[in-house]
Design a protein around this ligand. Structure first.
Ligand SMILES: *Cc1c(COP(=O)(O)O)cnc(C)c1O
Length: 385
């Protein structure tokens, strides 16, 4: 498998970095459960010295994820948050970051409650309007950090437009691509410098392990992040790396079903008399539907809808049987969450109000069960309202 760039997505997902083991021919990558490596002499080794620095299972996963996201290299970390932490650890005291104002709740928590204490500065703007980003860039801005579609409001950011601003202003452009996965959205091809994923979600896809990855367009960033793996140590264990290598093999197949069922569930909710509003970029009345069609090759499985009140949300969430109430997303099972009390609790009522997250909002990550069972379950649960 040499010329990986010319192969299709599903082929790269299954074969890049996953070549048969040279020692035994094993079709799956072995789990190298080792902390250290015997050296042949002083300074003589087989490329591995200590597993915080590098590990063969991890190296194969990093090769695989770089190939499917279209980067020069990838670095994996112990969780999505550890990956985001590594990205901002490349900055220095006094540096400024322009961020989207509707990010995964844990990201502003890290930025405001940890990183700001080390002298990094963050501003939050609605990145769905590119001019807001341009206006927020200052002399000390080093990075623009966005998520698209956002969580939970499913607002889009025009990646090509922000890339152009970042190139002109000479700042790094970072995109959290967790919601779409590389199967439906390729930010590096649109000019981003770094793509981050919580692999916990669609990439691993089976809700059985945490992980994070940063995929880099430039070797310079890949080198800095490799240094941070070694210096700060938030690396992913060989077993977790293996789980993701296993999960990624079915990414293309899973995403096709997630997307197909996502569209069906969104249409169903949009027509349901108990549902007030549906936020899904695949619906023709989504304000950025045209951008969604241009920038993404599918609409995905993430849908947010308005039940009208906290009481209504709680009534329906208590009734679901096929869908499970829980944090997280992107697994084979349908997961439903309540942003105001779960993922976005840390923002507080004021913070949520400022960006439009209400107490009645419910977010669904449509799984790959039979879609009719998901629809029946939602219909029965909505009757409780
Ligand atoms: C879950 C998530 C994260 C954090 O990832 P963990 O693996 O839970 O640390 C970051 N960004 C998005 C969009 C997420 O959904």
């Amino acid at each position: 498998m040499k010329k990986t760039k010319e192969l299709g997505f599903a082929t790269r997902a299954i074969h890049s970095g996953q070549e048969p083991d040279p020692l035994t021919g094993s079709v799956t990558v072995p789990i190298y459960a080792t902390s250290t490596y015997v050296q042949q002499g002083i300074g003589e080794n087989k490329g591995y010295e200590y597993s915080r620095v590098s590990n063969p299972t991890r190296a194969r996963l990093e090769q695989n994820l770089a190939a499917i996201e279209g980067g020069v290299a990838a670095r994996v970390f112990a969780s999505g948050m550890a990956a985001i932490n590594a990205i901002v650890s490349m900055l220095k005291q006094g540096d400024h970051v322009v961020c989207g104002n509707d990010l995964y709740g844990g990201t502003p928590r890290l930025f405001n409650q940890v990183m700001a204490g080390f002298g990094l500065e963050f501003s939050y703007v609605d990145t769905s309007q590119a001019e807001n980003v341009e206006r927020a860039v200052r002399k000390n801005t080093r990075m623009v950090y966005v998520e698209t579609p956002t969580n939970p409001l499913m607002r889009l950011t025009d990646l090509a437009a922000i890339s152009e601003i970042c190139r002109r202003k000479k700042v790094a452009f970072v995109v959290d691509n967790t919601f779409m996965s590389p199967y439906f959205q390729q930010p590096l091809a649109l000019g981003a410098d770094l793509v981050v994923h919580s692999t916990t979600k669609f990439l691993n896809g089976h809700s059985d392990g945490l992980g994070g990855v940063v995929v880099c367009a430039k070797q310079e960033h890949a080198d800095k992040l490799a240094f941070l793996q070694k210096a700060a140590g938030a690396i992913l264990s060989p077993f977790e790396c293996w789980l993701i290598l296993r999960g990624v093999k079915t990414l293309a197949a899973r995403m096709e079903i997630h997307d197909r069922s996502g569209r069906i569930v969104a249409d169903f909710l949009a027509k349901h008399r108990k549902v007030k509003t549906v936020f899904y970029p695949g619906l023709a009345d989504h304000p950025q539907h045209a951008l969604a069609k241009r920038q993404m090759s599918g609409f995905g499985a993430m849908i947010t809808f308005e039940t009208g009140s906290l009481k209504n949300a709680n009534r329906m969430l208590k009734k679901v049987r096929v869908c499970s109430l829980g944090e997280s997303l992107g697994g084979v099972e349908t997961l439903i969450s309540h942003p105001a009390t779960m993922t976005h609790a840390a923002l507080g009522p004021k913070g949520r109000k400022a960006i439009g997250i209400t107490d009645g909002m419910v977010r669904i990550s449509v799984g790959i069960e039979d879609v009719d069972d998901i629809l029946d379950d939602l219909d029965a649960a909505l009757k409780a309202i």
